[in-house]
Write a protein that binds this ligand. Structure first.
Ligand SMILES: *Cc1c(COP(=O)(O)O)cnc(C)c1O
Length: 399
């Protein structure tokens, strides 16, 4: 009997970052159904926006259908048009940059630096200097906070402010994180969040655009609801979008926001356990946490040095998959994507592309806030087994 159970457990797939509901979602969904608010907009949407704004300490927020939609609205509000350039972190999910293309603008990709894996201020400075020389500054800079770790906001903002170019903070992965005591996502002219199914809190799909500029958020609401003029009939003088969040999904978001701190603690606990068990393995290095920041550790991420371990990231991911464990590569840098072939890229050092190295060596481990202790031990044992085995083959004991 026991053995059957163990076998069954071993075959249960451990996912990278599955949704983790709190139970309270039903209360808000029930309310929405009881009051017949099965529509985009409604009391849950209003409340969710207020609760997010108050949690973050920003003036206003608009709930939308995705994080991608939030970025698109931000670019639209900053008047990014055909032929304009937008600087963007290269080491990120494609959603950070797709909205640049929606506006027929041109992305310029900026490398990471090793301390946060996020935008390098050295590379950003070089990109600005070149743009200045060419007489064409970007309309916006999109800075991503990878896997929950905040970018070096002070340095990056200082550069953006010097060139008077607004910053959009892509905090899709960093809700609940902090930089020098201030909530992640509140540093730019706009901050954006995602509630996609794999994010730290989820509405199944959704996003939020936040800002201290009340006027801008009001405009975002207008653009996100088909840009309907205030007239007694359907009148439109601007191009609009159908980007609002539904009242049912906002209800899920409200319940999820209530447990955000718990989720952050669980994710950080996962990280600590991985760190304790694996950080001493030769050739293994965890994503750092910059001093003065608090990462939500959305995904626990590490790099593996093939020269030391004798195993490449891709092989390690495959060997975990054989044990029914879902691990993934770090994002493939956008300047290497076929979609963005030929676009400009600024690396951290002249011959040193940090993002490319991270892509080659990085893996994301299962990091669900609902991952059981014995599941995490399975991941740890599986990793240890391959790495130690390879180490023996690569460095046989001499003499
Ligand atoms: C998830 C994610 C997005 C997009 O969010 P969606 O809600 O899926 O549109 C944008 N940027 C980053 C860095 C993300 O991880």
């Amino acid at each position: 009997m026991e053995e059957v159970l163990v076998n069954h457990d071993k075959n249960k797939k451990i996912l990278l970052s599955p949704p983790h509901l709190s139970g309270n979602e039903w209360k808000y969904i029930q309310e929405a159904i009881d009051t017949n608010w099965i529509a985009p907009l409604g009391p849950n949407v209003d409340a969710f926006e207020k609760e997010m704004a108050s949690y973050l300490g920003v003036k206003d927020a608009v709930a939308v259908s995705s994080g991608t939609a939030a970025i698109h609205l931000a670019l639209s509000l900053l008047d990014v048009k055909k032929g304009d350039t937008v600087f963007c972190s290269t080491l990120t999910f494609v959603a950070s940059a797709n909205p640049i293309l929606y506006q027929d603008a041109v992305p310029v990709f900026i490398d990471s630096e090793p301390e946060t894996w996020n935008m390098s201020s050295e590379a950003l400075e070089k990109a600005f200097e070149d743009a200045m020389l060419a007489g064409k500054l970007p309309k916006a800079v999109i800075v991503v906070n990878l896997y929950g770790q905040s970018a070096k906001m002070e340095e990056i903002l200082a550069i953006c402010n010097r060139y008077e170019v607004p910053m959009i903070e892509d905090a899709a992965e960093s809700l609940g994180s902090q930089y020098k005591g201030k909530k992640s996502g509140t540093f730019g002219k706009f901050g954006i969040f995602s509630f996609n199914g794999n994010k730290i809190v989820t509405t199944s799909g959704g996003g939020m655009l936040v800002s201290d500029d009340l006027d801008a958020i009001q405009k975002a609401r207008f653009l996100a609801t088909q840009a309907k003029d205030s007239a007694p009939y359907y009148q439109h003088s601007k191009k609009g979008y159908n980007y609002r969040m539904s009242n049912v999904l906002a209800g899920i978001g409200r319940a999820q926001l209530e447990v955000l701190e718990e989720r952050v603690n669980a994710k950080r606990f996962n990280f600590l356990k991985y760190y304790k068990e694996l950080s001493k393995l030769p050739g293994v290095q965890f994503m750092p946490e910059l001093e003065g920041t608090l990462s939500n550790r959305w995904l626990t991420t590490l790099t593996i040095d093939e020269k030391i371990t004798g195993i490449a990231a891709a092989q390690l991911i495959q060997s975990l998959a054989d044990d029914h464990i879902e691990a993934r590569h770090v994002w493939k840098p956008l300047h290497l994507q076929p979609l963005f072939k030929g676009q400009k890229y600024y690396s951290h050092g002249e011959h040193k592309s940090i993002s490319e190295t991270l892509f080659m060596t990085g893996i994301c481990l299962p990091s669900g806030s609902n991952m059981e202790n014995d599941e995490q031990m399975r991941v740890i044992e599986s990793l240890k087994m391959v790495i130690l085995q390879r180490a023996k083959m690569t460095h046989p004991i001499s003499g």
